[in-house]
Design a protein around this ligand. Sequence first.
Ligand SMILES: C[S@@+](CC[C@H](N)C(=O)[O-])C[C@H]1O[C@@H](n2cnc3c(N)ncnc32)[C@H](O)[C@@H]1O
Length: 298
Amino acid sequence: MTHVAAHQPPARRGGEFELTEADFAAIAQLAYRHFGLYLTESKRSLVYSRLARRLRKHELPDFAAYVALLKGPEWENEKLDFLTALTTNTTHFFREAHHFTRLEKALLPDLIARARKRGRVRLWSAACSSGQEPYSLAMCIVRHCPEAADLDIKILATDIDPVIIAKAKAATYLPEEYESMPPDMRSECSQPRPGNYQLSSKVTRLVTFGVLNLMDELPFRGPFDAIFCRNVAIYFDKPTQARVWSKLTSVLRPGGELFIGHSERLSGEVSNCYENSGITSYRRVAGAVEPKARSLKT
Ligand SMILES: C[S@@+](CC[C@H](N)C(=O)[O-])C[C@H]1O[C@@H](n2cnc3c(N)ncnc32)[C@H](O)[C@@H]1O
């Protein structure tokens, strides 16, 4: 849980709004309970600047009034703006390119062979933001298997934020968002339109989007052949990370691979289920004990 000083220093004044120790603790507790976000004292100025916008929006006099709003009936309407103020949706096509190289070279040959023999192949992009991650997976598949949309190959892409999921579904990106895409894929997998690019249906048809909070019980059992869960666990504390890794492992096929963000580490009991397969990629070892998925609600 969030660290709060044992003795309460006097309320901090200065700045546009007053943010007391008690306000900060209440905000940190709500962020942790509902979204697993771990806000330590070191995040105080970030919390202040990100949430000050919400206070202005609601024309509130101070953080105490915002805490009261969060704890009242307005919570349902406010919770996503609260969350998105505290996190970032930063992503881009082929981010951490070595993961896609690993997928193409080590996993896709067998997965595509299986699909061509009428087998089932499933990938999951957990915390997919505006879609560049699952569409990068889809483009890798299409490059090696142009007929993928006619086979049983599917990518599930989820995020907690329904607004970002709507953007992902639109599959329309600005030219600057295309900069990290290899040129052959740019021409192969999208059509230029006035002012932007539209990904082609041979790519988008492989991806199914949904809204999912990683703190909640998973509404599916998998098994997945690969899971990309990158650059979201950084927001969680160690116990929450361990529960998320455990949950992902429960739906990852033995022999399947888990890809995590560059500054994230596998931790907890479940790390015994894996062997390292590359830079922040882990292969689930066949026969390892399957952990039970547990609810992350505290
Ligand atoms: C920095 S983006 C990462 C996007 C992509 N995975 C990547 O690495 O480029 C983090 C995403 O995590 C999502 N997120 C934050 N908390 C979450 C939670 N509890 N459950 C699911 N998604 C969450 C945010 O909405 C955001 O889109």
